[in-house]
Design a protein around this ligand. Structure first.
Ligand code: ATP
Ligand code: MG
Length: 372
């Protein structure tokens, strides 16, 4: 969005209600998305995120409330016109299995828009190039990886020249190694001027980087909204705070006396499962933690807190914060074992030590094994 363009709402939602079998899934939801704005929608499972997107482009019929798209009440709009203006990309790519990538992309323009075949083909080839698949025009869906299929699905949506694109968890059906290629395509679309996008995602780092605004949805409403910094770093409301803490990192407050390594290990395992970490990296996490705890933290420091997070590039970030005098375990005479330092040096792509106030902060990054 250019800074001096007048702000115009592209999507305006007032009092949206939707029930399924008597269960209130959307409860008087109000929201505005401006023209050219990129909004990420995050929130717990069952919050109503998909239902919200599906109501926007009338895949679901709202029970009550109003949706205005570019100033027009969608009740008064022709559904086909609405769908041309507003494309949607789903978690499952839903490509036609009997059509090549190129034909999948050409289908809607030729059948709905009546675009001449040659023109549609030229455009489809350009779009394939844009999503990094110029060599795959004639490949069938079964010949493509999940990431490639999702990029074809994005190109297919773009082929209708939509002004708005809704994404519903576009990367959650993908093998972790393919998440970045798809996020990269979405990011480059977001960088283009003019496109309005609403993206439901569990990729918090991506949401932080790509969005103008973030909606945190909970129990059928937009419970809190704000800039990415506001939502991720300084959430104002309790449930937002609890959610952000839970998804982004695992935190442990550890003190030697009641430390239960089995419980800790189980939580590491949950984290590894949730983020689909490879067994090698799970083991490495345990090794690094055990070494540091046994030989350093338990002997030399007190009041340790430990946070574990995952970045969009699927690196694992470990952050140890502890009080006491300045002591960096990576330094020779710190008391940490040689072995601890050796496995960290061998496996971490970044090791940062910093003194912040009267605390020590050690950050380690363990890279994605598939990309090293
Ligand atoms: N077609 C449907 N029929 C009955 N119940 C539905 C239907 N669609 C959604 N629901 C229910 O509505 C609630 C909200 O679902 P929705 O899919 O919108 O949540 P969500 O925030 O997208 O969750 P997730 O993060 O798991 O995708 C859930 O309890 C779900 O079971
Ligand atoms: Mg959903």
């Amino acid at each position: 969005m250019s800074p001096d363009a007048p702000i115009r709402s592209m999507i305006e939602v007032k009092g949206l209600c939707k029930t399924f079998n008597g269960v209130h899934v959307l409860r008087n939801l109000d929201a505005t998305i401006n023209k050219g704005e990129i909004v990420s929608i995050v929130g717990p499972s069952g919050a109503g995120k998909s239902t919200f997107l599906r109501c926007l482009n009338l895949l679901e019929t709202p029970d009550d409330g109003h949706i205005y798209v570019d100033g027009v009440d969608v009740d008064k709009m022709d559904v086909r016109k609405l769908r041309m203006k507003m494309g949607m990309v789903f978690q499952q790519f839903n490509l036609f299995p009997h059509l090549s990538a190129l034909e999948n992309i050409m289908l809607a323009p030729t059948s709905l828009r009546k675009t001449p075949k040659a023109e549609a083909k030229e455009q489809a080839l350009e779009l394939l190039d844009k999503v990094g698949l110029s060599g795959k025009a004639w490949a069938f869906p079964w010949e493509l990886s999940g990431g490639q299929q999702q990029r074809v699905a994005i190109a297919r949506t773009l082929a209708m020249n939509p002004e708005i694109i809704l994404f519903d968890e576009p990367t959650s059906a993908l093998d972790p190694t393919m998440v970045n290629e798809v996020l990269g395509v979405i990011r480059s679309l977001a960088d283009e001027a003019g496109m309005t996008m609403a993206i439901v995602t569990h990729e918090m780092r991506f949401a932080r980087e790509v969005s103008d605004r973030v909606f945190y949805m909970d129990q059928g409403v937009v419970y809190e909204e704000g800039s990415p910094e506001q939502i991720f770093d300084r959430p104002k409301r309790d449930r937002t705070r609890a959610f952000i803490r839970r998804v982004d990192t695992v935190r442990f407050e550890i003190n030697e006396d009641d430390f239960d390594f089995y419980r800790f290990d189980a939580q590491l395992d949950d984290f590894a499962m949730k983020h689909l970490l490879e067994p090698e990296r799970r083991q490495l996490l345990i090794d690094v933690c055990e070494e540091l705890f046994d030989n350093f933290f338990f002997t030399f420091v007190h009041q340790l807190s430990f946070a574990l997070g995952i970045t969009e590039k699927r690196e694992v970030e470990l952050r140890f914060t502890y009080g006491g005098p300045e002591v960096n375990p990576m330094v020779d005479d710190s008391g940490a074992s040689l072995f601890a330092r050796a496995i960290i040096k061998k496996n971490a792509s970044e090791v940062d030590f910093e003194r912040v106030g009267d605390e020590n902060v050690l950050e380690l990054v363990i890279p994605n094994v598939k990309t090293v």
